[in-house]
Design a protein around this ligand. Structure first.
Ligand code: ADP
Ligand code: GLC
Length: 482
């Protein structure tokens, strides 16, 4: 039996801002329990739902030095689906209204504390991982501290690490002097072949340099990040580590996203009943959101963080043209004020046709995945993307830009070969996107049988964790044996 510890700043069902939480909350369930004891550690945020906070059990506490001060490190735990989740408690760091509340420097200090605490709790909880699986910049210091902790004695020697990059855009960068003070790490680590990048300290870079293996969440993104456009300044490092870098596409928690069991949607459906039942879902969502009631109109859904990454500039550019067509557009998202206001504006201008829901809601997200005919995701870049996988599962055809995981998971419709599960376009160009949407409209309105065949293929695709968990299993085996 091997011990694996996932370290992450987000994890469903406890705390989520994006796909990272979905991945960390679901992947551990898909390993063979006879082979691996997989546990998860995350911060105990005050902003977590009270329901979860009430269930956490106190394990132990101690004090640890960070940023020149002794800080309380509380350990709590909760077991769900036979998986143990540890929560690191410290109200000084984790009391914000959201996980990444506060400025960049504060976040760096917060997650430096978390990373050091993750290693420090191990002897206390009596769980010595053979491997720590780190996720994103917030845990980038773990492999670095682990290297440093080797000098403390036998205990930390031989623990392997994997650094998974969910989004290379976020790296945790601040000036070297401050980061040295916060982390208490020796000067040795702040060199260009270690933590330093472009004269600053870069936490994700530290993780990439010191981890035994580096992964990202799709094969295409694993290639893209070796190029300057997607590399965010680290493309050289990604190329240098290419022997240890691989892309493993994300899976979906099929028990959570399941159109025939979903209790959040008006009418459940399968691949045999979607023709009738998806329409019922659509009409019920139109009623709920105050859209024109029309069972025949093509509904396009968007569920997303509203940031530059997701391609909303393209939508802004052609929205007036698109709204001349027979379509309805339903948006659910929060993020940059400029995009929030952009969608509010279009919802006002095209009321009855466009619905802008500028908030976070699991419930409404499921309804949108279930009710829409198409799902629009024209990302500028996309490490993997889970929303398009959710759409496929609910027979909602993705219209995506061919980048990262979108390219790897959505097969464009080919009307001659009768293949494909969605629609895609190549360039980051608003009219290329609009033409693709209009092509989808033509299939939807004029070739309904073909459209329904695409829906069948989409629903029958398997993006559960089955095959990807197996790839992680192989990777773990290559580092820690059977
Ligand atoms: P990213 O991690 O870049 O945000 P993903 O597609 O991997 O993109 O994952 C996004 C996840 O967040 C999906 O589960 C999606 O349904 C969810 N999500 C995004 N915005 C909202 C929102 N406003 N309300 C509910 N769920 C949301
Ligand atoms: C990031 C990426 C997204 C990916 C998710 C989970 O948030 O933006 O593409 O699906 O992480 O890996």
């Amino acid at each position: 039996m091997k011990n694996i510890l996932f370290a992450s700043s987000e994890c469903v069902p406890f705390i989520k801002t994006g796909g990272l939480a979905d991945v960390v909350g679901s992947l551990p369930k898909y390993f063979d329990k006879k082979k691996y004891d997989v546990r998860v550690v995350l911060p105990k945020y005050c902003c977590m739902n009270q329901k979860w906070k009430d269930r956490l059990e106190y394990v132990n506490h101690f004090y640890m030095n960070i940023a020149g001060q002794d800080q309380y490190v509380g350990i709590l735990q909760y077991v769900q689906d036979k998986i143990t989740f540890y929560f690191i408690d410290n109200e000084y760091y984790f009391s914000g209204f959201a996980p990444y509340d506060g400025d960049q420097k504060w976040n760096i200090e917060k997650f430096a504390f978390f990373s050091k605490a993750v290693l420090s709790i191990l002897p206390v909880i009596g769980f010595r991982p053979d491997l720590i699986h780190c996720h994103d910049w917030q845990t980038g210091l773990i492999p670095v501290y682990l290297d440093n902790f080797r000098y403390l004695g036998e205990y930390y020697r031989g623990i392997k690490t994997i650094m998974t990059i969910h989004n290379l855009k976020f790296q945790g960068v601040w000036d070297t002097r401050t980061v040295r003070h916060i982390t208490g790490l020796p000067e040795y680590y702040f060199a260009p072949d270690k933590l330093e990048a472009y004269k600053d300290a870069n936490l994700l870079k530290g993780g990439i340099v010191y981890a035994d293996k580096v992964t990202t969440v799709s094969q295409t993104y694993a290639e893209e990040i070796k190029t300057p456009f997607f590399g965010e300044g680290l493309d050289g490092l990604m190329s240098a580590r290419s022997n240890d870098l691989c892309g493993i596409v994300n899976g979906l928690d099929y028990s959570e996203y399941c159109p025939f069991k979903d209790t959040r949607i008006a009418k459940r459906f399968t691949v045999d009943t979607f023709r009738k039942n998806k329409v019922s879902n659509k009409v019920s969502l139109q009623e709920e959101l105050g859209l024109e009631k029309d069972s025949k109109v093509m509904m396009i859904g968007i569920v997303s963080r509203l940031t530059d990454q997701k391609g909303f500039d393209l939508i802004d550019c052609v929205m007036d043209e698109l709204c001349q067509d027979a379509v309805q557009i339903v948006v659910l998202g929060t993020g940059d004020v400029k995009y929030e206001n952009m969608f509010r504006h279009f919802a006002w201008k095209y009321s009855g046709k466009v619905s802008a829901n500028i908030f976070y809601s699991e419930e409404l997200s499921h309804k949108i995945y279930a009710s829409s005919d198409a799902f629009l995701m024209p990302s500028l870049f996309e490490p993997c993307g889970l929303s398009q996988l959710m759409s496929l599962r609910y027979g909602t055809l993705p219209i995506v830009r061919e980048t990262g995981g979108l390219k790897d998971t959505v097969e464009p419709y080919n009307e001659f070969e009768k293949t494909g599960t969605g629609f895609s376009f190549k360039n980051y160009n608003a009219h290329e996107m609009l033409n693709t949407i209009r092509y989808a409209e033509r299939i939807y309105y004029d070739k309904k049988r073909d459209w329904n065949k695409i829906v069948e293929r989409a629903m029958e695709k398997d993006f559960s964790w089955k095959s990807s968990a197996k790839q992680y299993d192989e990777l773990y085996k290559s580092l820690i044996g059977k």
